[in-house]
Design a protein around this ligand. Sequence first.
Ligand code: HAM
Length: 424
Amino acid sequence: MSGQIRNIKGTKDLLPSESKLWLETESIIHNFMSLHGYSLIRTPIFEKTELFSRSIGQDTDIVNKEMYTWLDIDGTSLTLRPELTASVIRSYIQNNLGNQSPLQRVYYIDASFRRERPQKGRQRQFTQYGVEAIGSKNPEQDVEIILIASRIYQMLGIDDIEIHINSIGSKESRSQYSESLVSFLSPYKKDLSKISQKRLKTNPLRILDSKSEKDIKILEKAPLISNYLSKDDSQNFEEILNLLNNLNIKIIINEKLVRGLDYYNGMTFEILSDDIGSQSALCGGGRYDKLVEYLGGKATPAVGFAAGLERLIMILKDKQKNIISNNIDIYIISLDEKSISYSFAIADKLRNTLGIKVVCETLRRSMKSQLREANKNNSKFTILVGENEINNERVTIKNMEDGTQTEAPIDEIENYFGVDYEYK
Ligand code: HAM
């Protein structure tokens, strides 16, 4: 069989033209997390299916129809992770991280897999960065999570975001609320969208998240979750809102915000942006105080968030195209075959002594084409190496920004680019 083999639908290659932006963004995220006292955690890309079905919930879209699941040779059902919270908690329990410290602050940047219908901002393999703070039940921990999630966007110059927040209370409050939502909606059942009709039985709270205009209209007069919260839950939510207000973090209370994963209780939030089209969620998270216990650990409160890196980068690309560029410092132009080894030696020396970005020609193109290549890469300087230069042991250096040329001895070339020049 011959023919071209293409990538799998909903997956993407990270091409060289984009990798710089990705690396820079990832490096900003790593620094940002470390600034807040969070340590990196990496868990395997696949786990036992049960880990996800138990934590995310049997009646969720993710578990029902979006997981990549297969039977291993020994009959164990395995799944490519659709998110990282469940894996992080599995690791937390298994490695007794709770014994090491009463509060674990961890973060991740990793691939996740969901078999969704691909569209702009929605892929089948995507990257999530996120944090989990495991051990504190207090409102300041919720606020720290929202602060980290939202400040990243601001730091990157993305201001037009909305932070939607809600409290979905305890399991008991939720089941009472769910009952009254079902009694409210049942008379309208026939008018609801197909998916909401189904959810009326399987997961009524998810109806609140419906995008159908008809459903939205019917929901206008639906009961509100805030009326079903316990005194403790309401007070806790109030404290979170006060702390956010003191930090000048603008939020929108959205009582229709229900998350697509079952492990949440109390505060939930999402950060939305119009800039990414219909997939407006940049990030989502909340409190999940029962998950550690539910997965076999000691009862431990936890809160966290995860955000789509592709969605963030999509906005960065739209807004700040020129900020993160592919600049190189020096392009070395070799004028003939004999010059190549000189060029390589010069490049090697400059990189090693000065730590700057130097690229050598390896296509043996004409001088004009090499200059064009240097320009394309926004090279700050070019160094010309040819027969004359080798004979005189001096190379010609061209400043590509102002067009000036000068000569420097090959042996001392690093001094020319030493202290007087800024490369970044
Ligand atoms: P989630 O809302 O399912 O939450 O996903 C978080 C973010 O991942 C979304 O807001 C979105 O930006 C991105 N995302 C989700 N699916 C896709 C996709 N198919 N393509 C591209 N981006 C996508 C969680 O996963 C929870 N684990 C968050 C969390 C952490 N809660 C507590 N801790």
